[in-house]
Design a protein. Structure first.
Length: 116
C-alpha cells in the first residue's frame, strides 16, 4: 500500500513542461505534464551527463535533455536508441487534478549519487 504526498495541482505544471520537487536526500524529481494532462515523474538528471531534465523539451511520451538532446522516455526512464542509459522513474497518482508522488520513493528511491 502506498502513502502519497501531494506536490501540486496538474495546472501548476506548465503544459508540455515540468516542475521540480526537492527532496531531503538525493536529486530533485521532475514532474512533467504531457499532452492530455498526462503526468509523469523522473529523477531530474539525464543518464548521459546529468543534465536537468526539468528544463528539457517535453514531447508526448518523453523529454529531450537540454544539454545534448537525448530523449528520455516517460514510461521507463530510458534513452531512445541509439543513445543508452536510464534515469529512475517515480510513481505518480493524479486524483481530482491533484498530483501525488509515492512517499517511500521520495525518501529512498535513487538517493545515492549517480555516476555520469
Amino acid at each position: 500500500m502506498n502513502d502519497w504526498v501531494y506536490v501540486c495541482r496538474v495546472e501548476d505544471i506548465p503544459l508540455l513542461g515540468a516542475r521540480r520537487v526537492a527532496r531531503e536526500r538525493g536529486a530533485a524529481v521532475a514532474v512533467f505534464r504531457a499532452a492530455g494532462d498526462r503526468v509523469f515523474a523522473l529523477l531530474d538528471r539525464c543518464p548521459h551527463k546529468g543534465g536537468p531534465l526539468s528544463q528539457g523539451i517535453v514531447t508526448a511520451d518523453g523529454v529531450a535533455c537540454p544539454l545534448h538532446n537525448w530523449t528520455i522516455g516517460f514510461s521507463d526512464g530510458c534513452a531512445r536508441a541509439p543513445d543508452q542509459g536510464c534515469t529512475p522513474t517515480f510513481a505518480v497518482q493524479v486524483t481530482d487534478g491533484r498530483v501525488h508522488l509515492d512517499a517511500r520513493e521520495l525518501l529512498a528511491h535513487a538517493v545515492e549519487p549517480l555516476a555520469v
